[in-house]
Design a protein around this ligand. Structure first.
Ligand SMILES: *Cc1c(COP(=O)(O)O)cnc(C)c1O
Length: 390
């Protein structure tokens, strides 16, 4: 795919040369498993003549996920956002709920959409996850819960958040959208808090086209969420709970079952690439690749580059230079949820309490990862970064 070697500023597309790559190299390009297996399952769906409504594929998918994560219940949903909304409602959250601003905006939206006020707490600039002392500072008499996010698949400080929740009688749940297959102190993510919510969106390390799930060991909570997912139906004609339509369809479950088979391979490729990026970009002043803890596993799906003030170009100049070469690097989660219009209107000054979030939002670039990334690609990305692009 590379079309040229970059040796000097004049070779850069941003300076008028042709892009290094003929095709766009996207962040979050989907991981697609064995096509024949998927199509075999699609044929099975047609043979079953059961397209949705808790069909056999969804039931099999839920069993596989629950077994793999070591949790009692998996409730598959149409996407991660609806899964968050249903979990929030089933837990009875209300008033204010503490969340990071340094996350995908859906974490905050899932609350606000339901008339609950997201209260943003600052993060630890080293881990990018919630800072427990910042969470403590945001508790008020109206606080009903905390939603921790395992950002970039790295486990949030679960024990510390659980201690705060217990002390203040708050509900704790996790947005585990990035954390499929991650571990915390040797235990798989999925068993922590009251429940954990996954997204299986196409851009995540493991996908079902669109999809999500709530996993929990709480029987009552699981039962409530199953009802809510299907309009509150407890059987034909018998509605016993308010509900919505959060169902996963059979084709999505078929994709999930197929992709589960290759997820370990995807993770191995991501880890290899992450290590290659880390080596290639080491010793460049002002540039660092976020390391993941050696004692906690994660999919290494996200390669996070931090551009410090000392670097020769700004973060935005670097993103522009990479994109000019067709490396579609992204500024996740710029500018931070608290600066997006609905929440900026709600809290014009919230940035004062979020200094680490604001600084990181100006520094981070997400680089492409997955099976399409090769050493040659990483080498060209290195050249773009190391050539002074001023
Ligand atoms: C992707 C994502 C979601 C939303 O999941 P969808 O399946 O896209 O609805 C929620 N939270 C975080 C942190 C995410 O990255």
């Amino acid at each position: 795919m590379p079309t040229k070697t970059i040796r000097s500023k004049a070779d850069l597309a941003i300076n008028g040369a042709s892009p290094a790559f003929a095709e766009l190299l996207h962040v979050g390009r989907p991981n697609i498993g064995n096509r024949e297996e998927f199509l075999r399952r699609v044929n099975q769906v047609f043979d079953n003549q059961w397209l949705t409504n808790n069909g056999p594929m969804v039931q099999e998918f839920e069993r596989h996920i629950a077994d793999r994560l070591g949790v009692k219940h998996c409730i598959a949903m149409c996407n991660g956002t609806i899964a968050l909304e249903i979990a929030i409602r089933a837990l009875g959250l209300q008033g204010e709920v503490i969340v990071p601003s340094w996350t995908f905006v859906a974490t905050a939206h899932a609350l606000y959409w339901q008339g609950i006020t997201p209260v943003f707490a600052d993060i630890d600039p080293v881990t990018h996850n919630l800072d427990p002392s910042a969470v403590r500072r945001m508790i008020t008499p109206r606080t009903s819960g905390i939603i921790g996010v395992h950002l970039w698949g790295r486990a949030a400080p679960i024990d510390e958040l659980q201690a705060i929740a217990d002390e203040h009688k708050l509900k704790l749940m996790f947005d585990a959208a990035h954390a499929f297959g991650s571990t915390y102190k040797g235990q798989t993510i999925g068993r922590f808090g009251a429940c954990e919510v996954f997204s299986f969106h196409a851009t995540k390390s493991f996908n079902t086209f669109e999809g999500g799930a709530v996993v929990t060991n709480d029987d009552t909570l699981a039962e409530t969420m199953r009802l809510m997912r299907n309009f509150g139906f407890a059987g034909f004609d018998n509605v016993i709970h308010p509900g919505t339509n959060g169902k996963m369809i059979e084709i999505c479950a078929a994709m999930g079952l197929t992709n589960l088979d290759s997820h370990d391979e995807v993770v191995a490729i991501n880890k290899r690439n992450h290590a290659a990026y880390t080596t290639a970009l080491a010793n460049i002043p002002g540039i660092s690749v976020l390391p993941y803890g050696s004692t906690e596993d994660n999919s290494h799906h996200y390669v996070i580059l931090e551009v410090q003030k000392g670097f020769a170009a700004t973060r935005d100049q670097l993103v522009a230079a990479l994109q000019a070469e067709n490396v579609m690097a992204r500024k996740y989660f710029w500018p931070g949820a608290h600066k997006m219009k609905p929440y900026r209107d709600l809290y014009p000054n919230s940035g004062l309490l979020l200094p680490n979030t604001e600084q990181l939002a100006e520094r981070v670039i997400v680089l492409p990862n997955g099976a399409n990334v090769t050493d040659e690609i990483i080498d060209i990305i290195r050249s773009v970064i190391t050539i002074n692009i001023h």
